[in-house]
Design a binder for this molecule. Structure first.
Ligand code: BG6
Length: 477
């Protein structure tokens, strides 16, 4: 496009995954039990009771997977480390087999010219720490998460330049402590804000330690940002959207970027008596833990409407049905509720398809925080069908990614600094609550909720399309 600025040379065209969703080998080579290993065994928690025990067997097939990445021409691969492979009980003695696995993976990637992006925490907490002191609800987690991270900095700091601290702190705390859809399955506003505060402190502490151990590296959190839109020009809706932006986004991003909670949101939560207890030294710790970039996980925007205190809607159950139109409005009484946006198409899981929302998210981050952005996740979860002869024609995924790459080019033209773009996901993988039916990969994996499958990998149409995008540095999309 003649009026769009070209993407910078060295742009990190990437793809991403997370340990629990791809590795499998849940109890091999000395790995300890994580909160997810336990949670998926509680009846009714996941789609058809699907677990990540095998997942897509990346633990045994990582060489083949990296080979597929190399063939694609991928410039970066974002993966997470399972804490329980390194410290089976969360702390104590290092498990050398765990180090060995990630060391081999990193070497394999580097040999193929692929930049590793290492996520320290993508939701799989050692169950031992949950049992011992309640995981994120105790301040002890700050020290344990920092020690675990330092071990990884020491082991891999010379080979890994890009690091992600916490993946989607807003999502794992909200789903874990407010919606009870993720472990530890709690519904309690006060505990949610307190656990989240500890996570913010742990995040800052790890970034502080990173400066000493990996002085040349770059680190940031990955935030799940869904920019807020008002449904109408009615000032009540505008206010609802502003409150949502403050409570759902600034509450985290302000803390990352500035070490401070947003004042107006703080006041509102103080009135509800749910603000976290802040101890002496917390403010200094948060302020010292500034990231090098904002990691952005973008899937969709959210549209808000006023929501009365009396008779308004509250929390909704998670929609894991895969049936369009089956999700319900949800919100916080007296503040806002999320509603459908008639201008936007939706996926079968009712996620809005909104590439302009990505540009808006990027512009807002640039305006408010002036930090470079690493788009650490973006992609489309859909049913895929394997046709005769191993063909997967996922044109809908290509359309989704194409429109989002264009939004990135527009944002770069606007002046946003973007380091890279990681498609979620490289191979198909386990969708935490949705089993294997909701697929995101560029590479199809023959794995399903029920029965035994050969886990073979098949390149989807989107794989070939993305290969050319990378090859032309985004000139041909
Ligand atoms: C992000 C997570 O929230 O979204 C991923 O970081 C997750 O781990 C992805 O898989 C898609 O979510 P879902 O629920 O569709 O699998």
């Amino acid at each position: 496009h003649p009026t769009l600025a070209p993407l910078p040379k060295g742009f990190l065209w990437g793809a991403a995954s997370a340990a629990y969703q791809v590795e499998g080998a849940w109890n091999e080579d000395g790995k300890g039990v994580s909160n997810w290993d336990k949670f998926v065994r509680i009846p009714g928690k996941t789609f058809k009771g699907t677990t990540g025990d095998i997942a897509v067997d990346h633990y045994h097939r990582y060489r083949e997977d990296v080979q597929l990445m190399a063939e694609l021409g991928l410039k970066a691969y974002r993966f997470s480390v399972a804490w329980t492979r390194i410290f089976p009980d969360g702390r104590g003695k290092v498990n050398p087999k765990g180090i060995e696995f990630y060391s081999n993976l990193i070497d394999e990637l580097r040999k193929a010219g692929i930049e590793p992006i290492l996520t320290l925490y993508h939701w799989d907490l050692p169950q031992a720490l949950q049992d011992e002191y309640g995981g994120w609800e105790s301040r002890q987690i700050i020290e344990d998460f920092t020690n675990y991270s330092i071990e990884l900095f020491k082991q891999f700091g010379s080979r890994v330049k890009y690091w992600v601290s916490l993946n989607e702190q807003n999502i794992f705390t909200m789903l874990g402590y407010r919606a009870a859809a993720h472990p530890p399955g709690v519904k309690d506003e006060k505990r949610f804000y307190q656990a989240n505060h500890h996570a913010s402190l742990a995040n800052a502490s790890v970034i502080g330690a990173f400066r000493t151990h990996v002085p040349d590296g770059k680190i940031g959190p990955s935030f799940a940002y869904s920019p807020a839109y008002p449904l109408t020009a009615n000032p009540e809706d505008i206010l609802a959207a502003e409150i949502a932006e403050e409570l759902n986004s600034h509450w985290w991003m302000d803390v990352y970027a500035w070490g401070k909670y947003p004042k107006v949101a703080w006041k509102a939560l103080e009135r509800k008596r749910v603000v976290p207890i802040i101890e002496e030294g917390d403010a200094q710790l948060l302020e010292a833990g500034r990231p090098d970039f904002m990691g952005l996980n973008y899937y969709q925007s959210s549209t808000y409407e006023k929501n009365p205190l009396e008779g308004g809607v509250g929390q909704a159950e998670m929609n894991t049905t895969g049936k369009k139109g089956s999700s319900k409005d949800a919100g916080i009484q007296g503040m806002f509720k999320t509603v459908a946006n008639s201008y936007l198409e939706r996926t079968n899981w009712d996620w809005n398809i909104d590439p302009d929302g990505l540009r808006i998210a990027l512009r807002r981050i640039e305006s408010r925080y002036k930090l470079p952005v690493l788009i650490s996740e973006n992609g489309l979860g859909e049913f895929d069908e394997e046709k005769e002869g191993g063909i997967i024609e996922d044109d809908y995924r290509i359309d989704y990614i194409r429109s989002h790459v264009k939004a990135i080019q527009e944002a770069v033209t606007d002046g946003v600094k973007i380091l890279g773009y990681c498609i979620w996901s490289f191979t198909d993988l386990l969708s935490w609550l949705n089993g294997f039916q909701k697929r995101y990969g560029l590479v199809y994996v023959n794995q399903h909720e029920e029965g035994e499958h050969d886990l073979s990998r098949i390149k989807k149409k989107s794989y070939y399309w993305y290969k050319n995008v990378i090859h032309t540095n985004g000139e041909e999309i």
